[in-house]
Write a protein that binds this ligand. Structure first.
Ligand SMILES: [Zn+2]
Length: 318
């Protein structure tokens, strides 16, 4: 059984904290790695309450853009990590401007001396997709999004390791040392002179679980990005507005609607869709649920896609 990937919905609201939902933040925890996607106000409280151990974990903070609602929890996190004497490097990714932003936080909040290194990488999006990091669990790819400031989304693809077909390896009598070479992609020659190529004995590649977080964006229409997103296990798509009521606002403010998110999830053949960045203007979640059913029926997609609206504190197991 693969190790479960736990996705913690820390804050599921958007725009302002007037509603009952906290500002955007998601944490993904697998063994000793913690990935924080956006850092809405106060996110550190839930991160500690959920026992995600940001001090002891290998920490990656992925910011989608520098709008206040997505980053105003960052000073608190950095301050706490500093007080707790975190030792290993904190990697922060974000759009151009993130370096300056992080430096200003450190200066303005006087978070000195820092006991750890902050490694900030900015993503300029010269290409639609940018591979930004390989952790021991994930390959992380940034993609260009369409918001009214420089913005980026993230695809996390589980890294899978090649494995050998045990029956084939045994029947061919391949010694241990040569098995390692095959796993490393090398061609081997057995004592009996037989040549074995890795593809002769490797199992078919395993599906690496795929998680996508859009951040704030209009629906993405870049084919390169769409291809890379295909067959996502979990798509966390912003859905700030409802098209039926606020189509114009969604366009003018560079956001997506619930209907956009469902259409996009079907386009990339996602298995699960989390509607995220819920605006405080929609106090009645039942209204959003009605729109979901209506949209799925209209698109003849009932049963093809699991759509849910996570609450703050919910955990999704993949
Ligand atoms: Zn925004």
């Amino acid at each position: 059984m693969p190790v479960p990937i736990k996705i913690f919905f820390i804050g599921t609201g958007g725009v302002s904290s007037f509603g009952s939902r906290n500002l955007p933040s998601i944490s993904i925890k697998v063994s000793n790695e913690l990935v924080i996607l956006d850092a809405g106000e106060g996110c550190q409280y839930s991160i500690f309450r959920q026992k995600l151990h940001p001090v002891k974990s290998k920490l990656y903070i992925l910011l989608t853009h520098l709008h206040t609602d997505h980053v105003n929890g960052l000073p608190g996190i950095l301050h706490t990590l500093s007080l707790a004497q975190k030792k290993d490097v904190v990697k922060i990714f974000g759009p151009v401007g993130t370096k300056d932003f992080v430096n200003k936080i450190i200066d303005a909040f006087n978070i000195y001396p820092l006991p750890f290194i902050i490694d900030v990488r900015e993503i300029a999006h010269y290409n639609p997709l940018t591979h930004i990091a390989s952790t021991s669990i994930f390959n992380i790819i940034a993609f260009k999004t369409y918001h009214d400031v420089a913005a980026t989304g993230y695809i996390l693809v589980e890294r899978t390791r090649p494995s050998l077909n045990a029956t084939k390896v045994q029947s061919l009598g391949i010694p241990l040392e040569m098995r390692k070479k095959l796993l490393a992609g090398e061609i081997i020659k057995l004592d009996n002179g037989r040549i074995i190529k890795p593809e002769d004995v490797l199992e078919p590649p395993k599906h690496g679980r795929k998680i996508i977080y859009t951040g704030d964006t209009r629906p993405i229409n870049d084919q390169v990005i769409i291809e890379k997103m295909k067959n996502a296990d979990l798509l966390i798509h912003e859905s700030t507005f409802i098209r039926k009521f606020h189509a114009e606002l969604a366009i003018n403010r560079f956001h997506s609607t619930v209907e956009d998110a469902i259409e996009f999830a079907l386009l990339v053949k996602a298995k699960n869709l989390a509607l995220f960045h819920i605006s405080p203007r929609y106090k009645d979640i039942d209204l959003i649920k009605e729109i979901v059913i209506e949209t799925l029926e209209k698109l003849d997609a009932v049963g093809k896609l699991n759509v849910f609206i996570p609450n703050d504190g919910d955990i999704f197991f993949l």
